[in-house]
Structure formats: structure tokens, C-alpha cells
Design a binder for this molecule. Structure first.
Ligand SMILES: Cc1cc2nc3c(=O)[nH]c(=O)nc-3n(C[C@H](O)[C@H](O)[C@H](O)COP(=O)(O)OP(=O)(O)OC[C@H]3O[C@@H](n4cnc5c(N)ncnc54)[C@H](O)[C@@H]3O)c2cc1C
Ligand code: FES
Length: 285
């Protein structure tokens, strides 16, 4: 169970995995995520359901290698199995026939917007997607995205591929020139914040997917607390999608920074104690 059926390198830091998980695939919907463990003692990591095939019983996830679990995942080969694969978790995207919708996917955010685009299009929407990355080598799924959208705009921050722009530039142009009914912004928290700042003056409802730090993924630990509209929610069970204009972005960004700083401090303490142990060992011998 949870066998890796295919593994594809998408960019130097991103890998796509096709996982055998019929129970999850049967119930999966756009906007949801899974929590997996690479090995029995491994930590639980949340990854968005980037695609699902109910008939084949498979789930696609795309992971960026940023730490121990995602690097361990990368070391697995086709035919290897994951220790656990729980889902689908979180609330699915609310799909309505809105009219014209724009989906903005920044960096890794391209993967989660893919199934949302497909489902919105099946519901009869005119789907425009804007995908962007820091540079061309970090972009993926351009062809796949073309299949599920009516219009696709591709940008890179450095102009090494397609148009040189931040994702918010074509978004602003669309808002200026067209009647847009709803916008989704998915990617790094700072990008989602700026997507919501771009749409706010136009009064267009904007949905974001909050990838706050998660531990259990089931509403028990409180690690994924977010403040939306002045109220506290747990992103894992109440989200991950929320009204972006109501999100307390400063709190979300400061909580993410806090975790990074705490990890840095823990690493420094670990290095200091290892050095001390090493020098005591040397002086004894
Ligand atoms: C609902 C949800 C969906 C997600 N979907 C995807 C996905 O589809 N693909 C993907 O690659 N990643 C996704 N993530 C993020 C992913 O869970 C983390 O990158 C992963 O847990 C990191 O594990 P690690 O052991 O490799 O790195 P760690 O060693 O745990 O972390 C490495 C660094 O990344 C930071 N970090 C870890 N998790 C997060 C986070 N959630 N937000 C911001 N910084 C973080 C840590 O603080 C640390 O600095 C998602 C997160 C959530 C909450
Ligand atoms: S991850 Fe524990 S409450 Fe959401």
C-alpha cells in the first residue's frame, strides 16, 4: 500500500510522485491535502493533492525538497512504499459557476491550482491562470496547465523564461480590463498577501490556501492556528482555503519566521554541544 508508482523530477528542487492510494483517491477533491510519513519513525508532513485518478486509485503529490522529510522522500525509488498516507484532509475548494475566474500559482503553488482549475472549468467557468516562478528552471507543468485553462499567462521574476514580471502584474492588468468574478492565490505566504492587496481595491473575492506549520493535521494540536476576520481557525480542519482579504498576514508571516528562527537556534545549540563533546573527547584521549 502507498507504493510509489512513478517519480518525475520537475525542477532541480521539486519532484512529482504518483502514489497508489485507492481509498484516498476515491474521496479526494480539489483543495484538499494528505499527511504522509516517509518511514515508520518519520515526521508527518502535509502535501497538497495535486491530482487524483479515482479509477486508477492514484494520487499525485509534488514536493519541494527543503528539509529532512522531503529529502528522504526524494531518496525513495519507484516500487518503494510510504509508511503512511492519510487523507483526504481539509475542506475541498468551494466550486461554483462564477463566470470568469483567475487562479494565481506562484512557485510550488502551481501544483495545488491545477486540480482547482480543472474542477472550475468542468463547472462551466472561464478559467484564466497565471503561473510564475523566480526563474524558468523552477517552472513546471506549463503544458498540463494549458489543458485545464482557457487562458494561461506565464511569468518569471528574472525574465529567464516567458514574460519578466511578478504574478501580481498580469493580475492587475486583468482586473483593470476584464470583469473578474473570483480570484485564487496559492503559493508562498508573502505572494498570497500581495495577491490579496492587488485584488482588494477591485472588491473581487480572493481565496488563498494557508500552508501554516502543521503537526497532527487533525485539529488536535493547534500548531496551524490562523486568524481570519479577527477569529482563530485551525488551517488543517477549517481550511486550508480562506478569504484572503480577512487573513491576518502579519501574524501568519511572523509565526512562520518564528519557527525558522527556533529551528536555527536549535541547530546552533546542537552544533555547540557537539563541538563541546568533541573537544572533551579530544582532551580525555
Ligand atoms: C496544507 C499544506 C499543504 C502543503 N502542500 C505542500 C506541497 O504540495 N508540496 C510541498 O513541497 N510542500 C507543501 N507544504 C509544505 C510541506 O508540508 C513542508 O515543506 C514539509 O513539511 C517540510 O518538511 P521537511 O521535513 O522536508 O522540512 P523541515 O525540516 O520540517 O523544514 C524545513 C524548513 O521549512 C520550514 N517549513 C516547514 N513546513 C513549513 C510550512 N508549512 N510553511 C512554511 N515553512 C515551513 C521549516 O520551518 C524549516 O525552516 C504544505 C504545507 C501545508 C500546511
Ligand atoms: S495541525 Fe494540529 S491543529 Fe492543525
Amino acid at each position: 500500500m502507498y507504493r510509489i508508482l512513478a517519480k518525475t523530477t520537475l525542477t532541480p528542487v521539486t519532484t512529482e510522485y504518483l502514489i497508489e492510494a485507492p481509498e484516498v483517491a476515491r474521496q479526494a477533491k480539489a483543495g484538499q491535502f494528505v499527511v504522509l510519513r516517509v518511514h515508520e519513525q518519520g515526521e508527518r508532513i502535509p502535501l497538497t493533492i495535486a491530482d487524483y485518478d479515482r479509477e486508477a486509485g492514484t494520487i499525485t503529490v509534488v514536493a519541494q525538497e527543503i528539509g529532512s522529510s522531503t529529502l528522504r522522500l526524494k531518496s525513495l525509488e519507484v516500487g518503494d512504499s510510504l509508511a503512511s498516507f492519510t487523507g483526504p484532509l481539509g475542506r475541498p475548494t468551494e466550486i461554483e459557476p462564477d463566470g470568469t475566474v483567475v487562479l494565481v500559482g506562484g512557485g510550488l503553488g502551481i501544483a495545488p491550482i491545477y486540480p482547482i482549475c480543472r474542477t472550475l472549468r468542468e463547472a462551466g467557468n472561464h478559467v484564466i491562470a497565471i503561473i510564475g516562478a523566480r526563474s524558468g528552471e523552477l517552472l513546471f507543468w506549463e503544458d498540463k496547465m494549458r489543458e485545464v485553462t482557457d487562458e494561461l499567462i506565464v511569468v518569471t521574476d528574472d525574465g529567464s523564461y516567458a514574460r519578466k514580471a511578478l504574478v501580481t502584474e498580469p493580475l492587475k492588468e486583468l482586473l483593470e480590463s476584464r470583469e473578474i468574478d473570483r480570484v485564487w492565490g496559492i503559493g508562498p505566504a508573502i505572494m498570497m498577501k500581495f495577491v490579496t492587496l492587488t485584488t482588494k481595491p477591485y472588491g473581487v473575492e480572493t481565496i488563498v490556501s494557508l500552508n501554516s506549520i502543521m503537526v497532527d493535521g487533525t485539529g488536535m494540536c493547534g500548531a496551524c492556528r490562523v486568524v481570519v476576520g479577527g477569529r482563530t481557525f485551525f488551517a488543517c480542519v477549517d481550511g486550508p482555503e480562506f478569504d484572503g482579504h480577512q487573513v491576518d498576514w502579519d501574524l501568519l508571516l511572523s509565526r512562520q519566521r518564528y519557527y525558522v528562527e527556533e529551528e536555527q537556534r536549535a541547530l546552533e545549540l546542537f552544533q555547540q554541544s557537539s563541538q563541546q563533546a568533541e573537544s572533551q573527547e579530544t582532551s580525555r584521549s
